[in-house]
Design a protein around this ligand. Structure first.
Ligand SMILES: [Zn+2]
Length: 408
């Protein structure tokens, strides 16, 4: 009997030590989140605001019940101080009518975001600059930035950029999963069309530089990425992309691309979509891709999309070893740090747009990332950079450049 008791005691003391360490890290993470400003660069909650019957971003929801990942109360709970709400449009027809429809839809999403912020003024504020975001955070409020995913609503008329800028827009992902008039996409099944950015795309980058809108290279083809680096006078972001060296998919960035982005002062924000973090087995990958492409069709009905998304989740639960954890997330963060240092990595979880990490089911759970960073020895200063300071540095540079251009 004694022979058994001693190893058991050692085992028990080992468990409690691990638990104590975990609690210590949790407390430390809580303290850090009370002090630092955190921002996520890609939030698809406007999709729920537009399409989900009765969805109110000002009220707390339950992921297990409705699959939603973001609302203001859960942001507060998680220590998520600001997010870029995405004005997202799946690529549709690139005709005059198509472009007009895209513009109308985009304006409706802007309007929805503005209304939601107004209706919840005690919780959240629309922010447009780093200064505004920091001040707002000091006042204890959540910051709502606006980004646009897919430049389709610009159509062929670059004066639309001023219109959207005035509505608060501070970044544009030039293309989504299909090529558009501005740029080639990494996802278009037809392959490249412009061989990178189109001439209009190059002009759009110059105009975005002039106005103070960040250029977002996520979703773009590799050639389009290098074109943006060449054309942009200010640092650019990848609002939600991970590392291709760890997970070899075209949506992710190669080491060479990350180095070029960093050399230009930019920031890559790690995406929490499962198959961009950890390569699923082939059969799963094929079914995921087929379903995801279907969900991205412009004319898809909300109820069909919901069904497809449920199907997506079910595929993953059938293959639990394919579902990434916070360790996979931090592996991507660390990879960027290893190749270009601490100043060029941030977080763009893609919540409500496919984000799927075990244990970080919704925005209230984001401290798990901080805990894992602490466990791996990252300092508070480094965590502050990853969770927002780096992103705000790019926004500051972009804003300052535009102010200087205007004074000329
Ligand atoms: Zn996306």
């Amino acid at each position: 009997m004694k022979k058994l008791i001693i190893p058991l005691m050692i085992f028990a003391s080992f468990i409690s030590e691990a638990q104590i360490f975990q609690k210590h890290l949790m407390r430390k993470a809580n303290r850090i989140h009370k002090k630092i400003f955190t921002v996520d660069t890609h939030a698809d909650v406007p999709i729920n605001m537009m399409e989900m019957e009765g969805f109110d971003v000002g009220k707390k929801h339950n992921y297990a019940e409705d699959g939603t990942q973001i609302d203001f109360p859960r942001m507060k709970e998680g220590g998520m101080d600001a997010m870029f709400f995405a004005v997202y449009l799946a690529q549709g027809k690139r005709t005059q009518e198509g472009d007009a429809e895209a513009k109308e839809k985009a304006l409706a999403i802007f309007n929805k975001i503005h209304e939601a912020v107004k209706a919840n003024a005690e919780q959240a504020t629309l922010v447009r600059t780093a200064k505004e975001a920091y001040r707002n955070h000091k006042n204890g409020k959540i910051g709502v930035f606006i980004g646009m995913e897919n430049g389709w609503p610009i159509g062929k008329d670059l004066s639309n950029l001023t219109l959207y800028y005035d509505l608060g827009l501070r970044y544009i992902t030039l293309a989504h999963s299909y090529n558009n008039d501005l740029s080639d996409s990494s996802g278009d099944p037809e392959g490249e069309e412009h061989g990178g950015l189109s001439d209009l795309g190059k002009q759009a980058v110059a105009e975005m530089n002039r106005l103070g809108i960040m250029v977002d290279v996520s979703h773009l083809s590799d050639k389009a990425f290098y074109d943006v680096i060449k054309e942009s006078k200010t640092p650019v972001i990848a609002s939600h992309s991970s590392c291709r060296a760890i997970c070899d998919v075209k949506r992710n960035m190669t080491d060479e691309m990350i180095k070029a982005l960093a050399a230009n002062g930019g920031v890559i924000h790690i995406n929490f979509v499962a198959d961009f973090l950890k390569k699923p087995s082939n059969e799963v990958a094929i079914s995921i891709k087929t379903i995801r492409m279907q969900t991205m069709k412009a004319d898809i009905l909300p109820e069909d999309k919901k069904k497809l998304n449920q199907e997506l989740r079910q595929i993953k639960y059938k293959y639990p070893e394919d579902v990434p954890t916070v360790k996979d997330v931090v592996n991507h963060i660390e990879h960027v740090v290893q190749i270009v240092g601490i100043n060029h990595v941030g977080i763009g979880m893609d919540m409500d747009g496919g984000s799927d990490v075990l244990g970080i089911e919704d925005v209230s759970k984001i401290k798990q990332v901080t805990i894992e960073l602490l466990r791996r020895g990252y300092s508070k200063k480094s965590i502050k950079k990853i969770w927002g300071r780096n992103t705000m540095r790019v926004l500051e540079e972009v804003t300052t450049y535009a102010q200087k251009m205007r004074k000329r």
